[in-house]
Design a protein around this ligand. Structure first.
Ligand SMILES: Cc1cc2nc3c(=O)[nH]c(=O)nc-3n(C[C@H](O)[C@H](O)[C@H](O)COP(=O)(O)O)c2cc1C
Length: 213
């Protein structure tokens, strides 16, 4: 049995310990887009998640010191663009890593203008045009609730996630392709014709997709 690490009381929790704990959390990578016209910016986030289906709404946690924050609060809309594994470069641009700001972050990718005026990424797994419904300011961040006003959904493709400090691709087709190679019918986990041991297909394969410097 693996050793159990005791939970410390809040006063003892060091920032580094908390960061280490959160590295275990797999986060789907999205780009939040804000503003309109040339007055636009955006940021890479892992905090987008679905809040409710009826009404369709999402929640995202945004640092109030980010350059996107004033545009988010001024215009009251944001785009939630769920990235595919092919869009790693876009994630890097919008994390501010290369020093690009504002409209310059959007270069090199195709964007549509959503009904609210926010940019929506062409080829994102899903792109939602959201109206800010509520903001709860807490600590360094604002918890933003967005009502989905419009939605574009792409066919299923490998998703971009962030886990253990690196970008990873979550790819269902990769496993299916491997199963085809060894002759195991999809979803059965039965032995191939040469009597290979049964292999239970996992739902998805996670593979490193890029490095962070
Ligand atoms: C994988 C990843 C996930 C991130 N998730 C969030 C998040 O959920 N909320 C947030 O406020 N910042 C998040 N950040 C940090 C922002 O992307 C970064 O601070 C922001 O782009 C800096 O923007 P600025 O230069 O416009 O201020 C994340 C960064 C990375 C690389």
């Amino acid at each position: 049995m693996s050793p159990i690490v005791p939970i410390k009381s809040e006063s003892q929790i060091a920032t580094a310990d908390f960061r280490d704990a959160m590295r275990h959390l797999v986060g789907g990578v999205s780009v939040i887009t804000v503003g309109r016209g040339r007055d636009i910016s955006g940021m890479t986030v892992t905090s987008v998640s679905s809040l409710s289906v009826d009404p369709p709404s999402v929640v995202v946690s945004v640092n109030r010191s980010s350059s996107s924050w004033p545009l988010l609060t001024r215009y009251g809309f944001f785009g939630a663009n769920l990235l595919s594994a092919e869009q790693l470069e876009i994630a890097e641009r919008f994390s501010g890593k290369n020093g690009l700001k504002g409209a310059d972050r959007f270069a090199g990718a195709a964007w549509n203008t959503g009904i609210s005026g926010v940019p929506l990424l062409v080829g994102a797994l899903a792109a939602a045009d959201c109206e800010v419904e509520d903001i709860v300011e807490r600590h360094s961040h604002g918890i933003v609730i967005g009502r989905v006003r419009d939605l574009i959904v792409s066919p299923c493709a490998a998703a971009l996630a962030y886990w253990q400090g690196q970008y990873v691709a979550v790819d269902r087709d990769e496993d299916v392709a491997r199963l085809a190679e060894v002759g195991v019918p999809r979803g059965t986990g039965q032995a191939g014709s040469e009597g290979r041991p049964p292999r239970i297909p996992s739902l998805a394969t996670i593979r490193p997709t890029g490095t962070i410097s």
